[in-house]
Every structure is written in structure tokens, then in C-alpha cells.
Write a protein that binds this ligand. Structure first.
Ligand SMILES: [Zn+2]
Ligand SMILES: [Zn+2]
Length: 287
């Protein structure tokens, strides 16, 4: 088997960070949101049981911080059972090769996301012309070439189950990327959203740095299908989550989450879809 792993040719560390960098929040007893610079990873597993999975793999050059954060929760030399990906954008797989070299565990992703993870295909380029703030304008700096982790890559089971997480189901939430998934646990209504929606205005550099909390659609510069993104937000709204951990921004729960999700769905077309951008076709959303 080909064990060679590589990042894309345009892989590079980026200086972006936020005030929440390296903060780990216990959202429910067995789910932690860990902020790495401007993105969140999720650890799922009760600390007493020392078994966990890691969801997403952070920004470039962050493996030592991510490993340390896991060890603070699960103990020295802990190892996840797997890495589960919500999708393969650079800020969610930025340290995955170093993490795999350290842990050597399988990586699960939706089959539609595999081409971006096995070296086959690059993501569409980020759109600096999309209506939005400074981070959107800087987005052409973001890597979009495929990485290659073929040797560790597996598809999520087609029956909706999630490996190692008995009570979770994966939900296909495309729009931001073709094989984007969110993970949902019915019994306590915990939702791991990925970037299907986020709780910070991720296109604004200032709001990203300060982590100003406000619900938003998926990060604009990378979202290529707003019609699918809208359907995905509706799908997640119907699940009536009690707590949501998003790929960017602080976790949200209870009434605050309900009210914000209601608003997101209700005003999606008018407020949350950018007014312009190369991937924005507002008319599609009227159907
Ligand atoms: Zn993304
Ligand atoms: Zn992201």
C-alpha cells in the first residue's frame, strides 16, 4: 500500500489567529470544542474512559498543540480511535499528516470529499470577489490543492453510522463542499456542524480575530453551491439541535441556538447569502 502522504503544492502556514486560540471548551460531558487559531476541532469521548475520536485536523503547523490539547483531556500518550473529517478544506486538514505520523489511525470522510484528500482534484479556488470582509479578500492565499492521505482514508459507512461513535449519525450537508458532513446524536441532540453554518462572521478578519459570536451561513469565500448550502441548513434546523459545535466560532446551545437557527433559515436568502460573488446565483434559491 502506498504510505506516502503529502500536502498540496500550495500548502503553507498562515498567520491568521484569534483570541480563542488553544482554548478547549467542554460542551457536553463527552464532547469538547478545541479552538486552533481560527478553526475548531472536536474531541468526542468521555475523559474517564480514555477513548475518543478527533474531528477535523486544524490549521497548518499545529500538530504539537492539538496533541497536547488531547493529552490534557485524555491523558499522556492518548490516541484517538480515528480522525473523522467534516470536509477537507485546508483549515480542517492542515496538520493531518503530522497527526497521522504520530498516531497512525484511519481517517473517515464522505466519498465525495475523497478526490480532495487522495491527490486527485483541487477544490475550486476561494472567491475574493464575494460580498464580505477582509478575510474573504485575502482568501486567494488559502491553499486549495488536494492533499494525499490515501493510505489512511476510508469512507463513512453508507448506512449513516459513525465509526466508533455508537449514538451518532452522519448527515450529508453539501454546499460549502460536495462531501461535507455534520454529525448528530439524537439522545441529547448534540450537533457537530462543521462549516455547514458557523457562529462567527468568518469572512470578517476583525470578527474572526475577536470571535464575535453571531450565526452565519457557511464561510463565504469557499462556498460554491448556495442552493445546496441552504438545503443543508434547513436539514440541520429540522434536527432541532440542543447544542451545536461549529467549525468556526463559539459553541451555541439551548434557546440561543434555537432562535439563531430559526433566524438563519428564515432569512437565509435575504441576509445570509452574499449579494454577489462568482459562486452566487441568487435566482437558484428562489426555487
Ligand atoms: Zn470549509
Ligand atoms: Zn473551515
Amino acid at each position: 500500500m502506498d504510505k506516502q502522504m503529502s500536502y498540496g503544492d500550495d500548502y503553507k502556514p498562515l498567520p491568521a489567529t484569534s483570541i480563542a486560540d488553544d482554548v478547549c471548551i467542554q460542551v457536553v460531558p463527552d464532547v469538547f470544542s478545541y479552538t486552533n487559531k481560527i478553526v475548531n476541532l472536536v474531541f468526542v469521548g468521555h475523559p474517564d474512559e480514555k477513548e475518543f475520536v478527533l474531528i477535523d485536523a486544524g490549521m497548518p503547523n499545529s500538530a504539537p498543540h492539538i496533541i497536547k490539547a488531547c493529552e490534557r483531556v485524555y491523558g499522556a500518550d492518548c490516541r484517538p480511535n480515528a480522525i473523522l473529517l467534516t470536509h477537507g478544506h485546508f483549515d480542517h486538514v492542515g496538520s493531518i499528516i503530522e497527526l497521522l505520523n504520530h498516531w497512525d489511525v484511519p481517517v473517515y470522510a464522505h466519498p465525495l470529499e475523497h478526490p480532495f484528500l487522495n491527490g486527485e482534484k483541487e477544490y475550486p479556488e476561494a472567491d475574493p470577489t464575494v460580498e464580505g470582509g477582509m478575510l474573504a479578500k485575502l482568501s486567494p492565499l488559502f491553499p486549495n490543492d488536494p492533499i494525499n492521505i490515501k493510505s489512511h482514508l476510508k469512507p463513512y459507512p453508507s448506512d449513516g453510522t459513525v465509526p466508533f461513535l455508537e449514538n451518532f449519525k452522519w448527515v450529508h450537508t453539501p454546499g460549502h463542499s460536495p462531501g461535507h458532513v455534520s454529525l448528530f446524536r439524537e439522545n441529547d441532540r448534540t450537533l457537530i456542524v462543521g462549516d455547514a453554518f458557523v457562529t462567527v462572521k468568518q469572512d470578517s478578519l476583525y470578527k474572526t480575530i475577536t470571535q464575535h459570536k453571531e450565526i452565519n451561513g457557511p464561510p463565504r469565500y469557499f462556498t460554491t453551491d448556495w442552493s445546496e448550502a441552504y438545503q443543508s441548513v434547513q436539514k440541520l434546523h429540522q434536527l432541532q439541535p440542543e447544542a451545536a459545535i461549529t467549525g468556526h466560532g463559539s459553541p451555541m446551545s439551548g434557546l440561543e441556538l434555537k432562535e439563531n437557527l430559526d433566524k438563519l433559515v428564515h432569512d437565509f436568502k435575504e441576509v445570509y447569502v452574499p449579494d454577489y460573488g462568482k459562486y452566487v446565483k441568487k435566482n437558484d434559491l428562489l426555487h
